[in-house]
Design a protein around this ligand. Structure first.
Ligand code: DSN
Length: 411
């Protein structure tokens, strides 16, 4: 018997979500469409297995196969990111938040100083938000963006590092649209004698695809989720120089996690194989081309884009000149079949629950085969529903018909 017959309630909900994903334009910068193969690995029998500890030294019997799975996943991460021989990989973190906490726990003592970007400027909750375990356990000192350019100001970051003497400097963001100069961060970290950590969750696919520089040649430790631009399962990885390997492995297990999700680890392996191809490089290039095209088209409709543009897969639209809040814009867009996430703008006068901007990303729509021409169309729908809520139903209908021409992978 199938799920449909055995549990029609859940079956119907899954079908409803599939329909929603098929018929709407997903501009959420952190989401994507995993392939059928990634989902097959994720839903496989590997999820039945307990395998605490690492390959070759598990606490359970019957781990021969999952040892091979985990080792293969690591080999493929290494190949995709072109890791030097003296780098180590841990593929067990359940997701990006635990991965970050596991690194802090491995390399720092409670109360140590970490420098990172604040949430409102584009940092992540686990980069020291006061409501997060990170912010309650370590002393975070935040840098922001230049109020003038909306970009990182490396001089200011250097000055701050000089003043606060951090033990760790963190870069990598959830809402920053410009290329990160990892070499400059390394120089700042060297001056401060700090560990350099990058959280590349958002841009990992762009790095593997060769359209964003990599922190690996310069940094000490790098965390990443695999489900955003990398288009894999909900899971994460840590890559680090060998000298941090033992501490990080111990922090992941037994420090902060129990049994690894070997099904997710197999799906990471599938993702890395998919990402280490010429097809994926083309995909990564198209994500960025689409993002630039969408930003330009929105600017033509009078939208302000933070930092005046984008180098990656996302942009922050500053709505302060449009007489609408981020929350209202998100709702209007969704009523028109366009799914986005509201976002603070730098030095936002409004609160994060209803901020002044929306974040838009092109990773998911690029997976559907959309190109620059389609970005112009999407910009016109965005402009239409933000200006006039009453035409949302009409736009939703048009979006639904449009989406039929661009089937989403894996659905
Ligand atoms: N929640 C993710 C995002 O939307 O960027 C980050 O974890």
């Amino acid at each position: 018997m199938s799920l449909k017959q055995k549990d029609p309630q859940i079956y119907k909900l899954i079908q409803a979500e599939r329909k929603r994903q098929q018929e709407s334009l997903n501009l959420i910068a952190s989401e994507n469409f995993a392939s059928k193969e990634v989902m097959e690995a994720l839903g496989s029998v590997l999820g039945n297995k307990y395998a605490e500890n690492y390959p070759g030294k598990r606490y359970y019997g019957g781990c021969k196969v999952v040892d091979e799975v985990e080792n293969l996943a690591k080999e493929r991460v290494s190949a995709a990111f072109d890791l030097p021989l003296d780098w180590h990989i841990n593929v067990q973190p359940y997701s990006g938040s635990p991965a970050n906490l596991e690194v802090y726990n491995a390399l720092l003592e409670p109360g140590d100083t970490i420098m990172s970007m604040d949430l409102a400027s584009g940092g992540h909750l686990t980069h020291g938000s006061p409501v997060n375990f990170s912010g309650r356990t370590y002393k975070f000192v935040h840098y922001g963006l230049s109020p003038k350019s909306g970009k990182l100001d490396y001089m200011e970051i250097l000055k701050l590092a000089d003043r606060v003497n951090p033990k760790l400097i963190l870069c990598g963001y959830t809402a920053y649209s410009r290329e990160i100069d990892f070499k400059k961060f390394r120089e700042i970290a060297d001056k401060a004698k700090a560990i350099a950590m990058a959280d590349i969750s958002h841009i990992a696919g762009l790095i593997v695809g060769g359209v964003h520089s990599s922190p690996i040649p310069f940094f000490d430790v790098v965390t990443s989720t695999v489900h955003k631009t990398l288009r894999g399962p909900r899971a994460a990885i840590v890559m680090c120089k060998d000298k941090y390997a033992a501490a990080i492995d111990k922090s992941v297990f037994p420090g902060m996690q129990g049994g690894p999700h070997e099904n997710a680890i197999a799906a990471i392996a599938v993702t890395m194989k998919e990402a280490h191809t010429r097809t994926f490089r083309k995909y990564a290039e198209q994500i960025v081309n689409n993002c630039k095209a969408l930003a330009h088209a929105l600017q033509d409709f009078g939208f302000k884009i933070v930092s005046e543009g984008t180098d990656n897969h996302l942009m922050i639209v500053d709505l302060t000149n449009k007489n609408i809040t981020g929350m209202e814009a998100q709702k209007h867009l969704e009523a028109g079949g366009i799914v986005s996430s509201r976002s603070p703008i730098p030095a936002d006068p409004r609160k994060p629950w209803d901020p002044s901007g929306v974040r838009l990303g092109t990773a998911a729509i690029t997976s559907r085969g959309m190109k620059e021409k389609e970005m112009k169309k999407i910009a016109s729908w965005i402009a239409a529903v933000i200006t006039d809520r009453s035409i949302a139903d009409q736009v939703k209908d048009e979006v639904r018909r449009f989406c039929r021409n661009f089937p989403a992978p894996g659905l």
